[in-house]
Ligand binder design. Structure first.
Ligand code: F6R
Length: 633
C-alpha cells in the first residue's frame, strides 16, 4: 500500500508493511543478498550488523535458504553483533554467541574469523577497553554496510534501554526491568536473567550506512508507532533512528496496527466510511472529547477532522444512535447464545442449544486468563464445553515447584517399589544435580507437565467444569522444543484436526492470532487455523462459529469487540480464584513492585479496563468485561 502524503508527513521513518513476517523476512533477505553480490562483484567485503532474538530468526532462515539453494556465499562477509549478556560464556544456550551459531553461522560459509560478538566474559575492569576495541574493529572493517535491528517493548535497539543518548557508544549497560521480564521464559525464571549486557551504542548503530528494523506481532505495535511518529527522545531509543538517511522499518500488519494510518485513518486522509471504521472513529471521538457516544455533537465531529463523516453518515444525532446500538449489541450475558430468544441483534445465535463448545488453550492457564468468566457462564448455561490444552506447559514450571511436588510424592508413598516414587526420586535427583540453565530430561518435563495438568483441573473445577471436560493434547512440537524455537509438524496438525472431528463444535474459542509468530500462542493459533481449514468440508463446520479471546496484556478497544461478556464483582473474584490455582505460574521474583506483575493482576486490570471503556461510552456500568472477536473462519 502506498502511504498518503499526510501519512508520510506524520511517519518520520519509512515503514514497509507486509501481510506476514515470512514475506517481510524474505524481502529483507533478498535485499541483503543483492548487497552481498554487488559488493562481491566489486571485490569488496560486506559488513553486516546483526541482531538476535525472535525477530531475525526468519531472516536468518531465508539467508540460509539462499545460501543452500541459490549459492549465496558469505565468504567475504564480516559480521558484528549488536550485543551480548554480560557474565554468560559463549557456550551458554542463552548467550547471543550461541544463538548466532545455532540460528545462522553454523549453516553458512562465513569464515569464523569474520565473526564478531561482544565478549560477555570480559572482566568488569576491562570492559571499557574491550568496548573500544569493538568499535575499532568495526571501523577497521570499513564500517557497517547493513544493520539489522529488532526492537524491545521498551523501545530499545540493541540493549540501548530508555535513557540511551544519540551519541552513546559500545558499553556495559544495566537491563531494564521489562526487558528482563520479557527474557524470563527463555531463562526459565526472571531471577536467572543477567542484569547487565554489552551493547553497541545508538551512535554506533547510526553510523551504519543502511538500517532495517524489523518487528512482528501486536506487542510491538505501540512502540513502533511511537518510534515512527513520536518526537525523537532518549526515552525511546528507537525513535533516535529518525533522521538517519537510509533507515526503514519492515513490519507485519499486526505490528503496524497502532500507526495513525490504521488506528485513526481519518486523521491522515480520505476514508471510505464503512461501518467498522465509522464505529472506530466514533469511539475514538468519544474518548478524545470525553463524552458518551449519545452526547457527541456535530461540532465535535467537525472540530476533529471528521466533517466528511458527518456529510456521508450524519448528522451526529442519527450517527450516534447507530453506533451506540452496534456497541450495545455486543454485550451479552449469554456467550453461547440465549436459547429461545430473538437473536437478530445478539452476537451469538440462539440455536442449537446446548452447543458443543471447544476452547483451545495454548498452555494450561491461557483459557482461564483470557476467558475464565465466560467459561463459567458457558458451563452454567448448560453447554457441552471441552477445554483442549494444546501443550503440556512444562517449560514454564520452575524447578522449585517440581521439587516440592516430588518431595510430596516420595513422602506420601513411603515405599520405594511404587513406580510413582521411583519417578519422583529420579526427578529429585536430576533437579538437584541440574547445572545453571541446564535442560530438563523428558522424565522431568513429564513430571512438570503433570503439575500443570493438576493446576488446570483445579482451575476448571472453580469454573464448574469437571475433568471430563478437559483434553490434554501434549502436542509433540512442544515436548521437543524450546521457547522461540518451536517447529510444529504434521503430527501436531493431525492431533488438533482429530479433536475437531471428534467434538464437532458449534463454537470454537481460540487465541494467539495477533502474537509474534514465533511465540507459543501464535504457533498454537496457526495449528488451530490449519486444522480447522482441513475440516472445512465436514458438515459440522457449516454450523460452527469462531471466537477469539486474547491474553490480558492489552485490553481491546470497544470498537474492536464483537462480543462483550460482563462479569459481576463476584464472577470476577471467582475468575481470580481460578487463576490462583495455577500456582506454579505465580511470579517467582521476590521483588514485588507496583507494576502489574502477576497474571491475575493483569487479567483483572484488563477486564476492568474494558468495562470502564464501555461505561465511558455511556453504555452500562459493569465491574468487568471479557471481550471476544468474531473469527471469520
Ligand atoms: C538483540 C537485540 C534486541 C532485540 C529486541 C527484540 O540482539 O539487540 O534489541 O532485537 O529485544 O527482541 P525479540 O526479537 O526477541 O522480540
Amino acid at each position: 500500500m502506498q502511504p498518503s502524503s499526510e501519512t508520510q508527513q506524520r511517519e518520520r521513518i519509512p515503514v514497509e508493511i507486509f501481510p506476514d513476517a515470512d514475506a517481510a523476512a524474505a524481502s529483507v533477505a533478498r535485499e541483503i543478498a543483492a548487497l552481498i553480490r554487488e559488493r562481491d562483484a566489486q571485490g569488496r567485503p560486506t559488513v553486516l550488523g546483526l541482531a538476535t532474538g525472535s525477530t531475525p530468526v526468519r531472516l536468518y532462515r531465508q539467508l540460509i535458504r539462499l545460501h543452500r539453494e541459490e549459492g549465496l556465499s558469505f565468504k567475504r562477509v564480516v559480521t558484528f553483533n549488536l550485543d551480548e549478556y554480560h557474565g554468560l560464556p559463549p557456550t551458554h544456550p542463552e548467550s547471543y554467541r550461541c544463538f548466532m551459531q545455532e540460528q545462522f553461522f553454523n549453516h553458512i560459509d562465513l569464515p569464523p574469523a569474520n565473526v564478531h560478538v561482544p565478549d560477555g566474559l570480559v572482566p568488569r575492569t576491562e570492559v571499557f577497553a574491550s568496548c573500544r576495541a569493538y568499535e575499532d574493529a568495526i571501523r577497521a572493517a570499513g564500517g557497517i554496510d547493513f544493520q539489522v535491528l529488532g526492537i524491545g517493548r521498551t523501545g530499545h535497539i540493541g540493549f540501548n534501554e530508555p535513557g540511551s543518548t544519540r551519541d552513546s557508544r559500545t558499553r556495559l549497560v544495566t537491563l531494564d526491568a521489562l526487558t528482563r521480564r520479557d527474557a524470563a521464559r527463555d531463562f526459565l525464571g526472571e531471577a536467572n536473567v543477567p542484569r547487565y549486557a554489552i551493547t553497541m551504542g545508538v551512535g554506533t548503530i547510526l553510523e551504519a550506512r543502511r538500517i532495517v528494523l524489523m518487528a512482528w506481532g501486536e506487542a510491538k505495535a505501540g512502540v513502533i508507532a511511537q518510534a515512527v511518529e513520536g518526537v525523537p527522545a532518549p526515552q525511546l531509543p528507537a525513535s533516535l533512528l529518525q533522521g538517519h538517511g537510509a533507515v526503514r522499518f519492515v513490519v507485519d500488519r499486526t505490528a503496524a496496527a497502532e500507526l495513525t494510518r490504521f488506528k485513526h485513518p481519518w486523521l491522515v486522509g480520505p476514508v471510505d466510511w464503512q461501518p467498522a471504521v465509522t464505529r472506530q472513529a466514533v469511539v475514538w471521538l468519544a474518548s478524545t472529547v470525553k463524552k458518551p457516544v449519545l452526547k457527541l455533537l456535530d461540532e465535535d465531529f467537525s472540530e476533529h477532522g471528521m466533517a466528511d463523516l458527518l456529510t456521508e453518515r450524519g448528522p451526529a444525532y442519527g450517527l450516534n444512535i447507530r453506533v451506540f446500538n452496534e456497541l450495545q449489541h455486543t454485550i451479552t450475558g449469554w456467550p453461547g447464545g440465549k436459547p429461545g430468544a430473538d437473536d437478530t441483534h445478539r452476537p451469538e445465535r440462539a440455536a442449537p442449544f446446548p452447543k458443543r463448545v471447544l476452547v483451545f488453550s495454548p498452555e494450561p492457564s491461557d483459557d482461564i486468563l483470557g476467558m475464565g468468566g465466560t467459561l463459567r457462564r458457558l458451563a452454567d448455561q448448560g453447554h457441552e464445553v471441552t477445554v483442549a490444552y494444546l501443550t503440556s506447559g512444562n517449560l514454564a514450571v520452575p524447578d522449585e515447584e517440581a521439587l516440592m511436588a516430588a518431595d510430596l510424592v516420595a513422602d506420601l508413598a513411603g515405599t520405594a517399589r511404587d513406580p510413582a516414587v521411583g519417578l519422583a526420586d529420579n526427578v529429585r535427583r536430576q533437579l538437584q544435580a541440574k547445572p545453571a540453565f541446564g535442560q530438563d530430561s523428558a522424565e522431568v518435563r513429564r513430571f512438570k507437565g503433570l503439575i500443570r495438568r493438576s493446576e488446570a483441573r483445579a482451575a476448571l473445577r472453580h469454573s464448574k467444569l469437571g475433568a471430563e471436560h478437559t483434553r490434554f493434547l501434549d502436542l509433540p512440537f512442544y515436548e521437543t522444543g524450546r521457547y522461540r524455537q518451536f517447529h510444529p509438524a504434521e503430527a501436531d496438525r493431525a492431533a488438533v484436526a482429530r479433536l475437531l472431528e471428534e467434538v464437532r463444535p458449534h463454537q470454537i474459542f481460540a487465541t494467539g492470532n495477533l502474537d509474534d509468530p514465533s511465540s507459543l500462542a501464535a504457533v498454537c493459533w496457526d495449528l488451530v487455523r490449519q486444522a480447522y481449514r482441513s475440516c472445512r468440508a465436514a458438515p459440522w463446520a457449516a454450523d460452527c462459529r469462531g471466537w477469539l479471546y486474547r491474553s490480558p496484556t492489552r485490553p481491546w478497544n470497544p470498537a474492536e469487540i464483537d462480543m462483550a461478556v460482563p462479569l459481576s464483582p463476584t464472577e470476577l473474584a471467582l475468575k481470580i480464584q481460578a487463576i490462583y490455582q495455577h500456582k506454579s505460574q505465580r511470579s517467582q521474583s521476590p521483588l514485588a513492585d507496583a507494576t502489574l506483575h502477576e497474571a491475575w493482576q493483569q487479567a483483572e486490570a484488563s477486564n476492568r479496563a474494558t468495562a470502564r471503556a464501555y461505561d465511558a461510552l455511556g453504555l452500562a456500568e459493569y465491574a468487568a468485561i471479557e471481550a471476544f472477536q468474531r473469527w471469520p473462519a
